[in-house]
Design a protein. Sequence first.
Length: 676
Amino acid sequence: MAARERGARGGWREAFLHRRTDEAPQRRTERTERRTAAEVLESNAKAMLEQDRQLLEQLAARPAERSREVRKKPPTPPKVSPYKFRLDTAPPSPSESDQVPEAPLLPVEEVSEEAVAGPEVRPQAPEAATDLAQPAEPEPAEPEQQGESEPVRPSGVTVVPKSGELFSADDIEHIMSSITGDEATCPSSGVAPPEMASRRTDSLRARRRAEPAEDFSLPDRSKLREQIRAIDSWLEDDVMHEQVNEGHRLRKDESSLQEVLAKSAKVSKQASDVTSEAEVFGKLESARSRHKAGEKLPQNELKELSQRVKPLLPTMNLEQLVRALKLFSATGYQDHALYLSILGEIPVQVRGISAEMLTKCLRLLWKLRLNEETYLELFSMEAMNMIRAQRTNRCKVRRHPKEQLEVKAAPKPALAPFSARMLVQIGNSLAQLGAKHPSRFMDVYQEQIAIAIPNFTQEECELVTPCLAASPLLPDALRRAFLERCAEVDAGAPLMAPEATAAPDIAQYQQDTEVYRRRAKSFKNIFVIEASVRKETWAFFSSLPTEVRSYLDRLHERGAAMTHAAPVGFAAEVAQVLDQLGVNTWTAMAGPLELHLLQAKNIHGEQVVYECNEADAYCALRQEERTPQLTMATKFRHKLLQRMGVQLVHINVWEWNHLSEAQRINYMVKLQSLQA
């Protein structure tokens, strides 16, 4: 009961606090600047106060007595905008017969979603409000009669706040109580005395107890409050979004600055790398020139250059890698790890390698005596792919239909992309390093070398090593064609040094000198091939044509007339130790092959021949190996000498270098005792 009384008395207050402000939505066409949260709240407060004044004036001008009618339950509030409370009828009077005309109501406009959702809402000024209904003319109030429990409020009372420009809570309570009849007012001041207010309140409560309960409840304004809080939070979010956007912008600027700094650092690093690469290559060129002149280079200097080159290897292109490999090999520097580091960068760029570069890589592997199966197979298969690709492109040439109908002879096959000299150099490197030839590579290589052999020059014939001539890369058919071509061009003819005349042609003289120098390096290959064919494959030698056998006989006579030079290098050191022991030694020839050291026959009448295996006779020593392996060229030499009846006593340089002077003498004494 008490709750009902509180609801009956304080319902106007809840209705007033949860009222819907009469705002007209107005969209802004241009947004010049964003207002802060304080400015929006202040403008809303001023507009609400002004509308409150208008509402209070209209309520004060209404007649005091109104007929009580049954109030209907307001409709369900929509989903987007909250429910707007509206008074359909005037408050009922104590007497049902006394009916007072109803005053017009203030129009309530719908609030758009933009006005609710955006923090930029600007309420319409009170002066701009339109279609406001004018209050009805108040009727003259009747004089208050004695004994009546409910005096009538005069209609001409002016409602003003007690203090200041704003209405306080007490002002609003007194005004609403006077309008709804909860409190009696004085005609002069608008404020009811305490005893009159108490009598009026008691009578009103008694009347309301007798009346049936009304089917009326105040609308729930929680959604509106949530939207107001959301608007406030949106204002805060806008500030936060601005801060976040500013942070993003600062971070973006910082990241862009870091990118610029990284690019500049990269450019500077590349410039420094180019400078360091040029400096390292310059020092390597100088070291190669000094080594070629006969100077013994210090290992510390070469080691320092290798340490400076290793960090630059990932940034080098294929040409620079091959150049570094060539310069280090030209200086005689023995560092297996360095060469593997350089070779490790080549497979990444091997797809763009040229025929000349691939041939140079294989020749450098032979010069360094690196019998690495991985790289030998890599280069051989890449050479095969290059040959196949060139052959496929040549076969894909489209011809006109008329040309296809014509019967023409098959075109003569041509070499591509390797020349005849390149094919010989590739075969020499693979054969001397003992590479395992895949069958696919052998088929392609033999096809190309068969095309090249009929066009071999004298120099190209002499360039073929005995290992290649005896390898599976040259079967009997190709070996026969090769010997026939050697007989045609007279390979192995005596070397003739170019003569210097009084007025020589400088260009021609330089060309002849270069040819003489190249022939001098490979001149003896054809004589060793002849000795191998005669001693190892007599059946094959007998099956050759007569002119070819006559040519080989001439080569045999020239080879027997060759002389041996004085021992040098490792053989000279061994000869010096034997001389200290009183053993006389000399040099001789076994056909086209040179014997390093010979001494007098032993007690059994046998000739003692010392084979001094220098560093060039061994492959590069790997880290997991303790004893280096002999190259295929060295093994071929030893095998051929054995077929000629020469028994060799081997002295290895890798053992000799670890001995002192006294230990070397003891070592040779033991060898002499074993041969006695």
